[in-house]
Structure formats: structure tokens, C-alpha cells
Design a protein around this ligand. Sequence first.
Ligand SMILES: NC(=O)C1=CN([C@@H]2O[C@H](COP(=O)(O)OP(=O)(O)OC[C@H]3O[C@@H](n4cnc5c(N)ncnc54)[C@H](O)[C@@H]3O)[C@@H](O)[C@H]2O)C=CC1
Ligand SMILES: O=C([O-])CC(=O)C(=O)O
Length: 244
Amino acid sequence: MDLVIIPAGVPRKPGMTRDDLFNINAGIVKTLCEGIAKCCPNAIVNLISNPVNSTVPIAAEVFKKAGTFDPKRLLGVTMLDVVRANTFVAEVLGLDPRDVDVPVVGGHAGVTILPLLSQVKPPCAFNAKEIDYLTNRIQNGGTEVVEAKAGAGSATLSMAYAAVKFADACLRGLRGDAGIIQCAFVASQVTELPFFASKVRLGRSGVEEVHPLGPLNEYERDGLEKAKKELEASIQKGVSFIRK
Ligand SMILES: NC(=O)C1=CN([C@@H]2O[C@H](COP(=O)(O)OP(=O)(O)OC[C@H]3O[C@@H](n4cnc5c(N)ncnc54)[C@H](O)[C@@H]3O)[C@@H](O)[C@H]2O)C=CC1
Ligand SMILES: O=C([O-])CC(=O)C(=O)O
């Protein structure tokens, strides 16, 4: 088994945060990861189940307990944030989303989703109103869908698209293709937090390189501080769930 994708768990209903799913999904992710440690300890794991900011640390703790943890092989899937960011930015720029690349760093919930609009490719400039609009829309994309579905679940089809795109990148890396770079929530030394989403290079052993954030403007530096505060608590909550 080369790759395991975990999409199992309950989705949000309107009015809920991703963290409100913790009580149910933490146990589901724990059980599935115990199975992975036993049956396919060398697989790359793509973790989709929310809250990703806590379920990835849960998975890491389960694997550590089992003696199978390899930080290169555990990836929280934040690809949908990138898909949304590319789509919304392309709309503003009048481009095809396939021609746009927006790095989205931090984590996968609210203010922890930090689009780096100063690093968009192709290079472009946004005014303050556009930056506020795009940042809020990208950070709240999941909530927008949950509200629109009015109790019938969360983003399912767009997540399927993002999951396939991400899994395909992981498999191409495993095959040895060069230059496979995607954003993911991984064990990281990019900040003082033990997990953080940023661009990573995927290769034969999984995450072969975690890219630094690059130059941030003042708006992004402010966003980073907010993101880190919430992320720290979410990571700790996941770790404590297993170590308790
Ligand atoms: N990382 C991301 O960007 C995204 C994450 N999600 C998350 O993915 C999860 C699933 O969301 P949806 O697919 O919309 O929900 P869904 O309700 O459509 O599907 C969940 C699936 O999980 C299965 N399941 C439940 N408990 C299980 C268990 N103990 N073992 C194995 N399978 C189990 C259910 O049978 C169902 O097939 C949620 O936690 C949601 O928040 C959803 C969209 C985007
Ligand atoms: O918002 C949710 O609950 C599901 C999700 O993670 C997303 O769509 O980004």
C-alpha cells in the first residue's frame, strides 16, 4: 500500500466550526491510524477529516506510539484552500484559474487559512479592498458551502476534486517525477509550531522539502500571528487527545 486517503468523519452543519467536529472525528482518525500503523506503516497518509489542524497531530501521536511515525509521510490536505484561492483570484484578475498559483499557508480553518496574495503567480497587485475581499472569501470558502448546503453536509465534490489532485501529486512524487510542489499541512520547522502548511516538494519518500514562507507583507505578517495563535491551540488539543 503506497497511499492512504482518510476522508472519513462527520461534516459540519451551519453554525458549526470545524473544531466542533473534534469530539467525533478525533476518535475516528485515531482508530483508522492505528489500523494504518498495523497494516501499512510505510504508506503516505493524506488526511482530509476535519479539524485537520488537530487530526494531523492526532495521527502523528498515534504513529509515534506505534513506533511508525515518519513526518515525511503524513500530510494534512489543504489543497481545497488552494483550489478556492486560485479560483477567486482568477475571477478578480480575469484569468483562467489553471493559470494562477496562490500559495496558501498556515492551517485549514478560518484565520489559520492564510493566502499569500503578495506571492501570486503571475505577479499582480491588488488594492486593499481586493485583499480584504479575497482573504475573507478564501478563509470562509468552506463555511460558505456549509451554509449553502443548509444541513446537507460540506464541500463534497470540490473536496473530491482537490483530494484527487493532491493524491495524484503524491503518487507522481513517489514515482520519482521531479518538481512536484504543493501546499500541505505537515510537520514543519518553518515557524515555531510543530505543524504548519506551506509549499512542500513531494518525492519518492513523501515530503522531501518544506519550503519557507518567503517574504510577507505587513497584512500577511498580521495574519500569520493570528493564524499561529489559533493553530497552536488546535495542535495541542490533538496531541493531548492521544497523550491524555
Ligand atoms: N480537508 C478539507 O479540505 C475538507 C475536509 N472535509 C472533511 O471531510 C470529512 C468528510 O466530509 P464529507 O465527505 O462531506 O462527509 P460525508 O458524510 O459525505 O462522508 C463521510 C464518510 O465517512 C464515513 N465514515 C463515518 N465514520 C466512519 C468511520 N468510523 N470509519 C470509516 N468511515 C466512516 C461515512 O460512512 C461517510 O461515507 C468531514 O470531516 C469534513 O469536515 C470536507 C471537505 C473539505
Ligand atoms: O468547511 C468544511 O467544514 C469542510 C472543509 O474543510 C472545507 O470545505 O474547506
